[in-house]
Write a protein that binds this ligand. Structure first.
Ligand code: CO8
Length: 269
């Protein structure tokens, strides 16, 4: 269980969470095994994301890996060695639930992919709101080489993001694709020089922070709740959320600031 030693930093054996102003940076900290995701990492991710979801002052979360080699090289293969059918199914469900916590967080989560994002590591990045890759990053879903399939949402999120054919090609061949290829496929949103990754993540966070907080959360809600609905139903959802926002102080402030040619000051109401 992580120890909340200070409001600025939460440290566990496997994760570091640093909060500076309105940006939290969560770093996977098992560089000796390329940040492989073991049971402890999942416990700690659950703890940290539950904590961050409740902290209204945090408005953007950056998620990255420690060391220069990996974001995360997948589930910890040592833990997979002994598991049988029902335990594997339960572990898959638990991992899916924790990644869903990240995916449905009211706060945008930006994956900063600083190296290998393989198997469960790639699936973790897929559960984030946005993905920025270092130009040195390699991404892939090599589970079939272990006699498995992606079990933390990869078989479902990747085809939704890049289409079934390109997703299946990655799953069926286990190929490790470059950051440039991931960008071409739409698997990542941007590629930047490795040395600039964190700074670029912060710039993107600053751009998000300049927007109205309730509108940011509403964009997340509209997309995550609407994307799998039929279009008519999803359009009704959009209008409901639009109407709700139109009654906020921030909408009045945003419109007024535009008309007065000044920078808006957001109240978050
Ligand atoms: N699990 C455990 N240990 C790992 C993992 C991993 N996924 N990846 C790397 N390591 C360890 C290595 O064993 C090695 O440890 P040691 O120094 O003790 O030998 C250390 O990290 C450094 O790795 P390498 O020496 O292999 O480094 P290289 O630069 O030579 O190679 C690679 C880097 C290519 C990334 C290589 O390490 C590799 O192929 N790793 C495995 C990648 C992989 O197959 N990932 C998918 C795992 S399966 C998965 O994610 C399933 C998710 C769904 C599960 C659902 C339910 C449980």
């Amino acid at each position: 269980m992580p120890d909340a030693a200070a409001s600025e930093a939460i440290l566990s054996d496997t994760l570091l969470c640093e909060i500076e102003g309105r940006i939290a940076t969560v770093t996977l900290k098992r560089p000796q095994v390329l940040n492989a995701l073991n049971a402890q990492v999942f416990d700690d991710l659950e703890y940290v994301f539950t904590y961050l979801a409740k902290d209204a002052s945090v408005r953007v979360i950056l998620l990255t890996g420690s060391g220069e080699k990996a974001f995360a090289a997948g589930a910890d293969i040592k833990e997979l060695a002994e598991i049988g059918r029902f335990q594997a199914q339960a572990l898959s469900r638990r991992g899916q639930r924790i990644f869903r916590l990240i995916e449905t967080c009211d706060t945008p989560v930006i994956a900063l992919i600083n190296g290998f994002a393989l198997g469960g590591g790639c699936e973790l990045a897929l559960a984030c709101t946005l993905r920025i890759a270092a130009d040195t990053a390699k991404l892939g879903l090599p589970e079939a080489r272990l006699g498995l399939i992606p079990g933390y949402g990869g078989t479902q999120r990747l085809p939704r993001l890049i289409g079934p054919s390109a997703a299946l090609k990655m799953m069926l061949t286990g190929e490790r694709i470059s950051a440039a290829e991931a960008l071409r496929l739409g698997l990542v949103d941007e590629v930047v020089p490795a040395a600039d990754l964190l700074a670029h993540g912060r710039e993107l966070a600053a751009a998000i922070l300049s927007m109205a907080p309730l509108a940011v959360t509403a964009c997340l809600e509209a997309v995550s709740k609407g994307v799998d609905r039929d279009l008519e139903d999803a359009l009704r959802l959009e209008s409901r959320i639009f109407g709700r926002l139109a009654a906020t102080e921030d909408k009045s402030e945003g419109v007024q600031a535009f008309l007065e040619k000044r920078v808006p000051t957001w109240a978050g109401r």
